[in-house]
Design a protein around this ligand. Structure first.
Ligand SMILES: *Cc1c(COP(=O)(O)O)cnc(C)c1O
Length: 357
């Protein structure tokens, strides 16, 4: 056991074999260690430690199992060609974790300290960052309420954990546009709800709509606002952008959609490049009209998983539209190349977005 003033590290004596191929299924393989820290009312967050990856023992009454008091994050560590390991704007993930926690009545973490713990964990697990093209090490921080109590009230104890999982490229056989179903029945989130938080219930509540999309041979769901079923919100776990008549538009942050870090980065890049971009309400009718008039040039989803996921086709109430002949558009391609280039260290990071591990 090693210990410096802040963090305890217990080495795992039984190291697992690492994946030997680039086709690593998402979220099925985990590394040898995990980070854990506990919270107790009156004591705060304490006992930060890196320990062997193992199962948890929790009381069946632990509050996470009953009322879903939990939040999570998702980011990646990338290996560069010259063998450095980079994180992409990780401070934004910790900032958003605290925003999500606030919505779920979970006590905040110390973002700076947790950044140090995170880097310590990735350093220890650096051999797990794969070096095949398009691969990365997915980082999943999360917090759960652990107090054994059925009272409908915030937990008095929590666990913050970080687990790591090597992942393959999002697109097998290169980036390609996807077909998406515009959901007209189910609602993901409404203003005042939990849509702006990365919290478990938002995702399990979307499975029915996801299953519907899959049955129709579509890759994902495009959500409309929960009140009028009219304004575009976001895709499964991606924000959405459209290029209409030379201008880029994306739904404004209304409280029901996630404040994506990829979204934020794209807005900054477009501004730098002098490409007009607006955050506003976009109705699904407006989109279909723009398409009929030949003005809808490109559509793409954005998120850590795919970075850019071009949308080749939308289906809304049986009305099908093909966007840019089902091909990736030039702006989508440029954004993809720039962001993945920065993340993998072969495009100069003039924005100070990357953190060396
Ligand atoms: C995580 C997530 C996103 C994308 O956020 P990034 O920070 O860009 O990865 C968008 N929408 C939802 C619902 C999400 O969970």
């Amino acid at each position: 056991m090693m210990s410096n003033s802040t963090i305890t590290i217990v080495e795992n004596p039984n190291k697992k074999p690492k994946p030997q191929t680039k086709d690593i299924a998402f979220g099925r393989t985990f590394t040898d260690h995990m980070f854990v820290m506990d919270y107790e009312e009156g004591k705060g967050w304490h006992e930060p430690r890196i320990v062997p990856y193992e199962s948890l023992t929790l009381d069946p009454a632990a509050m996470i199992f009953h009322y879903g008091q939990t939040v999570f994050e998702g980011l990646k560590a990338y290996r560069t060609e010259d063998d450095r390991i980079l994180l992409f704007r990780p401070e934004k993930n910790l900032e958003r974790l605290n925003l999500s926690s606030d919505r779920l009545s979970i006590p905040p973490i110390d973002e700076e300290k947790v950044m140090e713990y995170l880097i310590e964990l990735i350093r220890l697990e650096q051999d797990w960052v794969p070096d095949f093209e398009g691969t990365s090490l997915y980082i999943r921080p999360f917090i759960i309420g652990t107090e054994p109590s059925l009272a409908v009230a915030p937990s008095k104890t929590y666990k913050f954990m970080v687990i790591l999982s090597p992942v393959g490229p999002y697109f097998k056989g290169g980036i390609h546009p996807v077909q998406i179903n515009v959901e007209d029945q189910y609602t993901r989130a409404v203003k005042g709800g939990t849509g702006m938080a990365k919290t478990a219930g938002n995702y399990s509540a979307a499975y029915q709509a996801q299953a519907k999309a899959y049955q129709q041979g579509k890759a994902d769901v495009l959500w409309l606002d929960g009140v009028e079923k009219r304004y575009i919100e976001e895709v499964g776990s991606m924000n959405i952008f459209f290029k209409i008549d030379g201008e880029v538009v994306t739904p404004m942050l209304s409280g029901s959609i996630l404040k994506g870090i990829t979204r934020m980065s794209i807005l900054e890049l477009l501004n730098d490049w002098g490409i007009p971009v607006t955050e506003r309400r976009i109705s699904i009718e407006e989109l279909y009209e723009a398409h009929e008039q030949g003005k809808l040039e490109e559509a793409f989803g954005t998120g850590t998983a795919a970075v850019i996921s071009p949308v080749g086709e939308l289906n809304w109430l049986g009305r099908q539209m093909t966007i840019n002949d089902g091909e990736i558009g030039p702006l989508s391609q440029k954004l993809y190349d720039t962001i993945t280039g920065i993340q993998r260290g072969h495009v100069e990071d003039t924005k100070g977005w990357t953190v060396n591990v």
